[in-house]
Design a binder for this molecule. Structure first.
Ligand code: URA
Length: 417
């Protein structure tokens, strides 16, 4: 078998065998297949697609390209993943709720790349929070307090790591077979048997249309079935940022406020109810969606989810006094209001634009090695559809750079009609 024949086969729209896919993944992981050969094959897959059988074989080969984690000793763990978005703080809101309902949460999360954020970057804005604890400590925390959230310290799905970086560099990120295999391989390798996936759809997501999101959801569910992992996909909107805050620390503060029951953005409520109820069904805790939704909101209102968040932060070395009093967090140097230019209705807060501008302010990274600034981003005061008066404050820019703030102020990023 050789890689040139495999590339030609996919270039000519033919179906690859399981053995050919495994040959590629093993060879690329071990640096025997070069980046330029892998780029050619990935581009051929991007253009010509894959059958469901090929996607399942690709997923399996990537999942077992490195270390795998066995979580069976922890009980009925249900995992959650998002296909990515802007202001997407759902993991941080939902997982303490799920744990407070007695379902073990053992979750490995990622960092942000490009305009999408990542849970690990957000958690690291809490002083002391250690996202790279040992696997033993990770499991011990789940056994003791029912929850642990950490980064990927193990060599989980290294083939995905290499292919993901390559896709980013050759304009092949938004491909259904490549996204489906990337997500599912990581989930399988990190020990998830039951998985709820938030398939985001809209300007700030990889899937721009409902049809594409439905197709991605269908494929991931079917891969899960083939590989014996119960998978439920929920499609959620990513046209405007989720909630009101965008930026790592700003999102953590919003999560704390939500779990302290200070306020609840409508979109966050809808997403946590839908995802959470499905997680509770998969865990066998409830038998229908309505009952699940009720429990999710109840455990915010009774304070149990907030208590679980405090336990989580404490167990991973974080200073809970910052959670108890978020005014303690050091804020960005310049907090500048954006005023409504006229009276009317907000018609657009484009998630992609906001994600890119947050990245420009320093909230995200362009390259994996980049450092991020946890303090910068945006806090909106209104959502799309809200009425505003001329001169009313509609958002704040959090920035450490006066020049960048001025540039953003000139951009008219919130459309009013
Ligand atoms: N999230 C992933 O883990 N992989 C993708 O390809 C896209 C989103």
């Amino acid at each position: 078998m050789n890689i040139i024949d495999i590339i030609s086969k996919k270039r000519d729209k033919l179906e690859l065998t399981k053995e050919e896919i495994e040959f590629f993944i093993k060879g690329y992981t071990e640096n025997i297949i070069t980046d330029y050969q892998a780029s050619a094959l990935i581009m051929a897959i991007y253009i010509n697609g894959m059958t469901e059988r090929e996607i399942a074989d690709l997923t399996f080969a990537m999942a077992y390209s490195g270390e795998t984690l066995d979580l069976s000793e922890l009980g009925n763990v249900v995992d959650k993943h998002s296909t990515g978005g802007v202001g997407d703080k759902i993991t941080l809101v939902l997982m303490p709720i799920i744990a407070s309902l007695g379902i073990p949460v053992a979750k490995m999360s990622g960092r942000g790349l490009g305009f999408t954020g990542g849970t690990i970057d957000k958690l690291e804005s809490i002083p002391g929070y250690d996202t790279s604890i040992s696997i033993e400590k990770f499991k011990e925390n789940v056994k003791k307090i029912g929850i642990s959230l950490m980064g990927q310290t193990l060599n989980i799905a290294p083939a995905d790591k290499k292919i993901y970086a390559l896709r980013d560099a050759i304009a092949c990120t938004d491909s259904i077979p490549l996204i489906a295999s990337s997500i599912m391989s990581k989930k399988i390798a990190s020990g998830a048997n039951k998985i709820v996936i938030d398939v985001t759809c809209g300007s700030g997501a990889f899937m721009k249309t409902r049809e594409e999101a439905e197709e991605l959801a269908r494929i991931m569910t079917s891969i899960g079935e083939k590989l014996n992992r119960k998978t439920v996909c929920i499609i959620t909107s990513m046209d405007e940022p989720v909630g009101y805050a965008v930026g790592n620390l700003l999102e953590v503060i919003e999560v704390v406020d939500i779990l302290k029951n200070k306020y609840m953005p409508e979109d966050v409520k809808k997403i946590i109810e839908e995802l959470g109820a499905n997680m509770l069904i998969l865990a066998g805790k409830v038998s229908n969606i309505e009952e699940g939704k009720h429990l999710i909101i109840e455990n915010i209102k009774n304070g149990k989810a907030y208590e679980k968040l405090l336990e989580l932060v404490k167990s991973q070395g974080g200073d809970i006094t910052y959670i108890e009093n978020t005014d303690k967090f050091e804020k960005a140097k310049y907090i500048t209001p954006i005023l409504a230019e006229k009276e009317g209705k907000i018609t657009e807060i484009n998630a992609l634009t906001i994600g890119k501008l947050s990245c420009y302010l320093g909230a995200g990274r362009i390259k994996k090695e980049d450092n991020i600034n946890p303090k910068v981003g945006f806090v909106f005061c209104k959502k799309v559809g809200s009425n505003v008066k001329e001169g009313e404050i509609i958002a704040y820019i959090y920035s450490d750079d006066e020049k960048k703030t001025k540039e953003i102020l000139e951009k008219n990023i919130i459309k009013i009609q």
